[in-house]
Design a protein around this ligand. Sequence first.
Ligand code: FAD
Length: 489
Amino acid sequence: MAVPSTRVFLSNRQPVRPEQSYVLCWLLSSRRPTWNYTLQRAVEHAVLLRKPLVILEAVELDYPWASQRTHQCIIDGMVDASRHFSMYQVMYHPYVEPAPGEGRGLLEALAAAACLVVTDHFPCFFLPKIVAVAAARIPCRLEAVDSNGLFPLALTPSDFPTAYAFRRFLQKNLAEHLEQLPKEDPLRGALLPPPPPLPAAVLRRWPSALEAGIPKAADFPVDRDVPVVDFSGGFVAGQKRLDGFLARLDRYAEERNDPDADVASGLSPYLHFGHVSVHAIFAALALQEGWSPEKLSKKKDGHREGWWGMSAAAEGFLDELVTWRELGYTFCHHRPDYASYSSLPDWAQQTLEKHRSDPRPVTYSRQQLEEARTHDPLWNAAQRQLRQEGRIHNYLRMLWGKKILQWSESPQVALEHLIQLNNRWALDGRNPNSYSGIFWTLGRFDRAWGPERPIFGTIRYMASENTAKKWSVGAYLQRFGDRGLFAGR
Ligand SMILES: Cc1cc2nc3c(=O)[nH]c(=O)nc-3n(C[C@H](O)[C@H](O)[C@H](O)COP(=O)(O)OP(=O)(O)OC[C@H]3O[C@@H](n4cnc5c(N)ncnc54)[C@H](O)[C@@H]3O)c2cc1C
């Protein structure tokens, strides 16, 4: 099945130029060769135009929060992609900018001989801006393809105030899209002419990142205080992570929130860098569950359980992967102000304003927070995990956010701390879900909760003591606590 037109956004009004040399696929956020509507669309154009396919994957140095950690994930992905693409008659050009600004002009140079350019539509971070700039500069048509979620962003009517409202919408509208998955390997069986060598001038100025061996993130002038972590990026490691998760899926429903059990998928960085597709995850899960579309329930009442017709664990997982994840993408797609304090719902702004001047028994500076120097051992442990592993256990991440609200001079300062700490240290940061989680801390997608409390007002409150009573955190504190293995690092 061809890429549905609802997935394709036209970014400029330039023509397709059939007389030119190739179709250019510019991978920006779906950095993978499989289950990828963007690549599939580029292949479809190349086959129709009988032109070769050139695939560009690049990374700059001077984007916000660029670090060794994020760079290494992207390089890992390039290595996997390069191996995969070498099986086919396509030209894959991975490029890692060696010094700030040196990559400037590469896209335009390649687009100069392109019939058209196909790229990703990603609704967040600096990516919409660079696509808009590119669209104005290149002489041919630029299409941005939505490979983000199971539900096409273009068909969402607006943003949704709660997960419940979005779940109801999905239950009414998602079914037909579950039968329209992208091709697993869009290059398999595609009849493409051999790709031309890239012009010598292009290769001299912007050589392949893998030409002289695999580069190391440490060689690049990005934030060196945020070092590489013990994590492999790329779609091969991502697939392995998915297989391992599916093998222990039955524990997800009961133990997802237990920090010591740590049974969640760990897929969020792979989803963020686009190394694993939500469609691939859904297809693997459906296969394992023996699922088919007839199993969907006729009841569309917005309840978490019972609609998919899968096991409780699979339904719980899909509620995170589809409802919550796509709620955030939908929000960013419709709300360019997604990162502003004023995008919070009115009730949340009002209650936070009412309690703005409440005395704060304790406040911490950004540096104290960043260095895990608070009075709260569980919070410090979560912050250390973020620094050490680039992630925080899901349940503790909520607590981590709530405490930053409690310990900051104002909700606006808390928001700034949250954005900076999350996006600087988390492998999955800089994503629509980063803003979902951060703003959820301050009331987005939530409702008012009683009793009204100091500082929080009616924003949902969480306490470390309750978390430690509710869940087992002993092993977690052993690893990341003030006296744990990683303390002081
Ligand atoms: C303060 C705060 C900051 C957060 N920052 C980020 C972030 O930067 N990037 C990010 O991807 N998520 C973020 N989240 C959401 C959530 O914590 C992570 O998605 C989840 O912990 C990732 O772990 P996992 O892949 O093992 O999740 P699983 O439980 O295995 O879930 C599967 C997938 O569903 C999605 N998902 C799960 N929980 C949520 C959620 N609450 N909201 C939206 N999508 C979800 C993710 O894509 C995840 O990979 C944040 C939450 C909070 C409270």
